[in-house]
Design a protein. Structure first.
Length: 279
């Protein structure tokens, strides 16, 4: 296999740091912990359900091209990316098991939404390793943008410890490794057209499946058809400080042909949170 002249574009004053975190969520997951709001809680919990299978696939998509990296800095970042994602998966598996034990959800039923999506997608002959990497690039841009908004205090106003620390830790590390998959995609000659096309599909599928799982949780809790749930849903998506307005600038930037994740320079935010974890 021909080697590729791969180079890291991560700023030299930053580094990916592997933090072997663990969290005691036994009590908090039985509650509507996100702003005391059933919809917000279900949405975040549904995202957690998606992470173990999603992050396993992220690792696999990058590993396909690992032996074609020649830049030692990028190779080191890839190893750190694997470790961060593996620890995320571990902690969210614990989170998901506890959540379902505490609230009476069927974990297998909820996970099946995401697992079946992966299975059916991989059966498609057009879903090549390069398309899979483009999907990882798209999802990583979304999670980094989500992480930035969360760390800046958007999306959710009241998030108690220790679950706040879990989401902040995860968000911080998504920002740290946000360029790894993108750099590899560029260096293997991934096209702009594929990247843009896959991003549109990835965002649609991610929203559809996450809201589907959240709806299953709300239905179980007898909250799905309540007026306050609809109000919370609408406010979360469409308000001035809501999800859509918070994410639109980064989403639009991704479709610029010369886009790179570090064009969105959030190093000061990243360093402030890194300092908190160092302390």
């Amino acid at each position: 296999m021909t080697a590729i002249n791969s180079e890291s574009t991560m700023p030299n004053d930053l580094a990916i740091k592997v933090r072997n975190m663990t969290f005691e969520l036994d009590k908090i997951l039985a509650t509507d912990w996100a702003d005391n709001d059933p919809f917000l809680t279900a949405f975040f919990n549904a995202m957690s359900i998606s992470f173990p299978s999603g992050e396993r696939n992220f690792i696999d998509s990058v590993r396909t091209y690992e032996d074609r990296i020649t830049d030692p800095k990028l190779a080191s970042e890839v190893k750190d990316f694997y470790q961060q994602e593996a620890i995320h998966s571990r902690e969210h598996r614990k989170y998901n098991r506890l959540l379902c034990q505490k609230r009476g959800y069927d974990l297998a039923t909820l996970e099946r939404v995401f697992l079946n999506r992966l299975k059916s997608t991989k059966k498609n002959p057009r879903f090549t390793p390069r398309v899979n990497l483009a999907a990882t690039v798209s999802a990583e841009h979304f999670t980094a943008t989500f992480g930035q908004n969360l760390l800046e205090g958007r999306l959710i106003k009241n998030m108690p410890q220790p679950i706040a620390e879990l989401w902040q830790w995860h968000s911080l590390e998504e920002l740290e490794h946000k360029s790894v998959a993108f750099d590899i995609y560029n260096q293997i000659g991934g096209s702009y057209e594929m990247r843009a096309r896959v991003m549109r599909l990835t965002v649609f599928v991610l929203f559809k499946d996450t809201f589907s799982v959240a709806a299953k949780m709300l239905h179980h809790d007898k909250q799905l058809w309540k007026w306050k749930t609809f109000k919370s849903f609408s406010k979360f998506l469409f308000s001035k400080d809501g999800f859509i307005r918070a994410h639109i600038p980064a989403y639009k930037a991704f479709f610029q042909q010369d886009f790179h994740p570090w064009d969105m320079d959030n190093r000061s935010l990243l360093k402030s949170w890194q300092d908190q974890y160092t302390a």
